[in-house]
Design a protein around this ligand. Structure first.
Ligand code: PHE
Length: 486
């Protein structure tokens, strides 16, 4: 069977690595990772997070890239082609549809948080953050959100920038912008860590992130780490799969995956090293929750030498990180409209941008005019977050590993991944047994079917993996046949 020719390819070997790192490194690393680490008590959480990146993040990312490159297209079409090659049921492309929708839905609320980062860069400069207490800064944050025009204006600005870059194309838009934004981001981060090192309580921050306290290894923390591993690596949301479809044939998927995962993890840890020393130097709590970088941090900066300048640098860095993630969330949709219906990228960006603005408007209004509208106990913003990270991403992840590990003939992935035998065997073991069990645990917990703590004990997990391994080895060929012939 002839393979689909790629319509777009990254210009340089670094194209994918920079773009995928840009996608992975975002608010998840700089906003969410520090505050959940703060909430779950530091080092033990960091360790679980690293384990999840290794056990789920890396195998699933390799799978997604391989599916994207094999099928050469946006998620729906790429998966459709791969299953056609395999002779499996075309309904598998629903997994691609779900991923594409997830990316789009994430963008609808991500623009709001990214808008905060953009607005705070500005606020740091114009003096509106010159308050003297965390409470007063909390009020600044509330007032910003209570004003739909202000909140909406900044979010719309982020959306427009995102659409503009994506409309310009894979090479001229995405690759060109990540080529300078990613090194810039790395430089800003290193400067900020240097600042924390010299002006903050660096050793206290360091100890908080890396000292290990076994009593903090709880089920809840493991769940948070699992969920976050998906989000932070942009998995099951169409982003990595679509970017993967632009990788030239000879490039090693395993090596690129490791580079992206390591870069993403380093940024999360360095962001922690930039933030916590500053928080501790001012005697603040690391467990301040989602407001950590918007309420505690600006105040801490103000009390330090050259704090304003470093505060501006910090929020500018968050803004860039958010922008390079945002473009990856809508790329799948734009690529789909472009490839499938021949709509130009500009028109596809305008069309999907119109839908984006309408839906994200509801997310913006969740903080003010529509804050009372909470069907089933959540406002619209929280619904988008909940549906995507609790349901769509884990479900998409399960389907992808089942597709790659059980339904596809071995040679398709073996050929695409092109690993030495031991590496391939390890990947297969992970996607067949380890990743599905771990993802299933997150998923069942989200459904409220697991009360938890005892289940997190390692022997439960080991037992479940062992059982699945035996069943899998016994039934994988049968499963493949059934999935292929339906
Ligand atoms: N990985 C991004 C972050 O950490 C978020 C993201 C999710 C990006 C899904 C693309 C797709 O902020």
């Amino acid at each position: 069977m002839t393979r689909e020719k790629p319509k777009n390819l990254w210009l340089s070997r670094w194209g994918f690595i920079l773009a995928a790192t840009g996608s992975a490194v975002g608010l998840g690393n700089i906003w969410k990772f520090p505050y959940i680490t703060g909430e779950y008590g530091g080092g033990a959480f960091v360790l679980m997070y690293l384990a999840c990146i290794l056990a789920i993040g890396i195998p699933v990312m390799m799978t997604e890239i391989a599916l994207g490159r094999r099928g050469r297209g946006s998620p729906i079409d790429a998966i459709a082609r791969v299953v056609r090659e395999n002779g499996s049921n075309p309904l598998w492309r629903g997994v691609g549809l779900m991923a594409m929708l997830a990316g789009f839905m994430i963008l609808c609320f991500y623009v709001v948080v990214a808008g905060w980062a953009f607005a705070y860069t500005w606020k740091m400069l114009d003096g509106s953050l010159a308050a003297t207490s965390v409470e007063a800064l909390g009020q600044v944050f509330e007032q910003h959100n209570a004003n739909p025009w202000l909140l909406g204006g900044w979010s719309v600005l982020v959306a427009l920038l995102t659409l503009w870059i994506v409309a310009k194309g894979v090479q001229k838009g995405i690759e060109n912008s990540v080529r300078w934004m990613m090194p810039g981001l790395a430089l800003m981060l290193l400067i900020l860590v240097g600042y924390a090192f010299t002006s903050g309580s660096f050793s206290e921050g360091f100890a908080f992130l890396f000292s290990f306290d076994a009593s903090k290894l709880t089920g809840e923390a493991l769940l948070a780490a699992l969920g976050h591993a998906f989000f932070t690596l942009s998995l099951a949301s169409g982003a990595i799969l679509t970017y993967g479809s632009y990788i030239p044939d000879g490039q090693s998927i395993a090596r690129t995956t490791f580079m992206v995962a390591i870069a993403d993890t380093c940024v999360a840890l360095l962001a922690g090293l930039a933030i916590f020393p500053v928080i501790f130097a001012n005697g603040m709590s690391p467990a301040a929750g989602p407001g950590l970088i918007f309420m505690s941090l600006p105040l801490a900066f103000q009390q330090m030498p050259f704090g304003t300048a470093f505060g501006v640098l910090f929020f500018a860095m968050v803004s860039i990180a958010a922008l390079t993630s945002a473009i990856s969330m809508i790329e799948a949709t734009v690529a789909y409209l472009n490839e499938k219906y021949g709509i130009s990228r500009v028109k596809a960006a305008i069309g999907s941008g119109a839908v984006l603005l309408v839906i994200s408007l509801l997310a913006m209004l969740s903080f003010n005019l529509l804050s009372g509208w909470t069907p089933l106990g959540k406002n619209f913003f929280d619904w988008l977050d909940y549906l995507t990270s609790r349901w769509m991403m884990p479900l998409g992840g399960i389907f992808m590993v089942v597709l790659a590990g059980y339904a596809l003939r071995g040679e398709i992935m073996r050929d695409e991944l092109n690993l030495p035998p031991a590496g391939y065997a390890l990947w297969l073991f992970m996607v067949r047994y380890v990743s599905p069990v771990l993802i299933m645990i997150v998923f069942l917990h989200a459904l409220g079917w697991l009360g938890f703590d005892p289940l997190v004990r390692w022997y439960w997990i080991a037992g479940a993996i062992g059982l699945l391994a035996i069943l899998g080895e016994l039934f994988a060929p049968r499963v493949r046949l059934v999935l292929a012939n339906r």
